[in-house]
Design a protein around this ligand. Structure first.
Ligand SMILES: [Zn+2]
Ligand SMILES: [Zn+2]
Ligand SMILES: [Zn+2]
Ligand SMILES: [Zn+2]
Length: 383
């Protein structure tokens, strides 16, 4: 993740909706794909039009805030508006046309939780925030999702359970399973509850359990369907094993009964990865996206040089990721936090990452590449 500059010169962060130095409203500009100061555009009589100009001089596009920014306060993105709408039909017409418009990220969410339930609004906000980071990373890699078939979509839902101490049956119980099916990523709202999620992390002996981590894993299943299924299955089988045998349901039942194989760490990135080749692919995919996200952040904050995500070889990326990991893990340990990079990436896992790297490079849409800068030694930048 990069950081950005306000018109006043202050540093802005990806989640900001206001500049703490000058109090300007800020938001994500879908024109230049940066957080930008939002300069209000007023009508001739001085009335607010609800439109803004992107504060970056080299962009200056006309923007409107996403509906979920204005009304729900769970988004900080702005979408592009055509200048012609305001100029030709006036602000009132524009208001009508643009009402309830969602940004590119919010459009992908098809189901949101019941906002009448206390706490759900806040949990939904956390899920959207983590999802925006996923979308940012997919865009950085130039991957298809919004116009792909199937299109990537999201459901954020809570279990339906009878209220506690209720003596009568209040209807069918519905348990929401976090997972992916045919383009749709479903996340159980409970994952956005910090205490509940941490309890699960401890129960399952996981190094990390985060909303972003869930997205990174589930979107791996999505890209398997989009880019591997019926296209490169034979090649994938050579790297990850045969996903047809044993059948997924049998493999998962056996995993939950017997646990992971003893020496899993020699060739898998996590214990769960050895449950079935599909889970191995998703876990390795999640590692790949973790690596890309961390290197994107490091490239700016550590002045480490932009990582070339489309380099032919994945090995330099892995090496850099492990270097950053050693550094930041030590910071985390200083204050008692868990490691940022808990994994040691073994050679067989690098082979799997190679497959994913090649797969994604092939799928990447032609977009101007970020120029590669020669890496310089890691050094923390004071701001
Ligand atoms: Zn500012
Ligand atoms: Zn812009
Ligand atoms: Zn939005
Ligand atoms: Zn999975």
């Amino acid at each position: 993740m990069q950081t950005y500059r306000c018109t006043c010169g202050n540093r802005l962060y990806f989640d900001n909706s206001i500049c703490l130095a000058c109090q300007r409203e800020v938001g994500w500009c879908e024109g230049c794909e940066r957080i930008a100061a939002l300069e209000p555009i007023n009508a001739a009589d001085g009335a607010a039009t609800g439109e803004y100009r992107c504060g970056h001089d080299d962009c200056g596009k006309n923007l409107r805030k996403c509906h979920n920014y204005v009304v729900e306060a769970v988004c900080n993105r702005c979408y592009l508006v055509e200048k012609a709408v305001v100029a030709e039909q006036g602000p009132a017409a524009n208001e009508a046309v643009q009402a309830n418009v969602l940004c590119r990220s919010c459009q992908l969410t098809e189901t949101i939780p019941d906002l009448a339930v206390v706490g759900n609004h806040e949990k939904w906000g956390r899920l959207e925030a983590a999802k925006r980071r996923l979308i940012y990373t997919l865009d950085r890699l130039g991957l298809p999702y919004a116009n792909a078939t199937p299109r990537l979509t999201f459901d954020f839902k809570a279990d339906i359970v009878p209220p506690n101490n209720e003596w009568r049956n209040v209807g069918a119980k519905e348990i929401v399973y976090t997972g992916h099916a045919d383009g749709k990523i479903t996340i159980n709202l409970r994952e956005a509850d910090d205490a509940a999620r941490e309890a699960l992390r401890v129960q399952f002996h996981e190094a990390h359990r985060t909303l972003i981590g869930h997205f990174h894993h589930e979107v791996g299943h999505y890209y398997w369907q989009l880019l591997v299924q019926n296209q490169r299955e034979a090649e994938c089988i050579r790297v990850f094993g045969d996903h047809n045998s044993p059948a997924y349901a049998d493999a998962m039942a056996a995993y939950y009964q017997n646990g992971p194989q003893q020496n899993w760490a020699a060739s898998f990135i996590s214990a769960y990865a050895c449950a079935h080749p599909w889970e191995d692919f998703a876990e390795t995919f999640a590692l790949y996206l973790d690596m890309i996200s961390v290197l994107d952040t490091a490239s700016q904050l550590f002045r480490a040089g932009r990582a070339n995500f489309r380099s032919r070889s994945v090995a330099p990326l892995v090496e850099r990721y492990q270097e950053v990991g050693i550094l930041v893990n030590e910071f985390n340990r200083t204050v008692g936090l868990i490691d940022l990079v808990p994994e040691v990436v073994m050679a067989p896992v690098v082979e799997k990452l190679k497959f994913i790297h090649k797969l994604l490079n092939k799928a990447a849409q032609p977009k101007p590449l970020v120029p590669e800068v020669a890496p310089v030694p890691l050094s923390v930048v004071a701001n």
